[in-house]
Design a protein around this ligand. Sequence first.
Ligand SMILES: NCc1[nH]cc(CCC(=O)O)c1CC(=O)O
Length: 312
Amino acid sequence: MNKPIRIGTRGSKLALWQAYHVADLLKVKGLASEIVIIETKGDKILDVSIAKIGSKGVFTEELEMQLSSGEIDIAVHSAKDMQSRLPDGFEIIAFTEREEVNDIILSHKEGIDYKNADQSLVLGTSSTRRVATLKHFYPHIQTVEIRGNLQTRIAKMESGVCDALLLAYAGAHRMGYDDLIRFKLSLDEFTPAVGQGSVALESSSNLDPVVKNQIIEACHHRETGYRLLAERAFLRVLEGGCSIPVFALADLEKDILHLKGGIVSLDGRKRIVQKVSGSAIQAEELGKKLADLVLSDGGEEILKEIKKLLKK
Ligand SMILES: NCc1[nH]cc(CCC(=O)O)c1CC(=O)O
């Protein structure tokens, strides 16, 4: 009888959903598991925006310590929240099948019409990509920064902080809020963050290869894997992190990857989008190619401006 696989996770409801999802996938293949809840810096600091703390590893550092010590076998994260480069000694071994990738507008109110410039609308979000994208396409919409888990954000919205929230479909759906979803936003306008909708399994490079292969067999979704490989290669060049409004989305059609992505300036004035296609086995090359196209098309300048602004 195998030892149960120890799954490390943050304690938020969404994180726990993800951990149980992985536990279920393991169980289908007859693998027992245990869930270990670990508090991270990002969970403790609630009053400062993530962009200001510096996104680097705030939700992953403590989990990585437990991976190194062997206290847990895998750490489960939203793929979107993972840095594009992992510290030495760690790797992503699997991506679960991706959920619908769209952003959505969620509200307890009915009659919200975000396209109507005559309606005053305050949207809560803490994502620089979403704020900048709103400024670009819907400059009449006001935004307010809102943090905390989904339950907290909904409570803040209902208390009047904003009219609606701009969120990932995946999180709202997993938390059971489908009935509050008012709009599913277009992928051309609100092209998602890299990795949105998938769950990533991280391990130490020292994980027993037999256990590692069992986990991959049970949890890895091949198509999602190619898509995220391309998107993450793009992000690596653009030095993403959640404080930089870059976006990318890969789709797989048979074995051809179609990848689009870009960057938007913080004031929303400039938005650069490029597309590339090619064989899925060249996913990483495609991601890099896309990044080069975006950079040479004006992305480099936008990136420099943003970095200058963030240093202030
Ligand atoms: N940045 C927070 C975060 N990380 C993952 C999700 C949702 C689930 C997912 O995209 O995998 C969310 C919430 C959101 O963006 O609305």
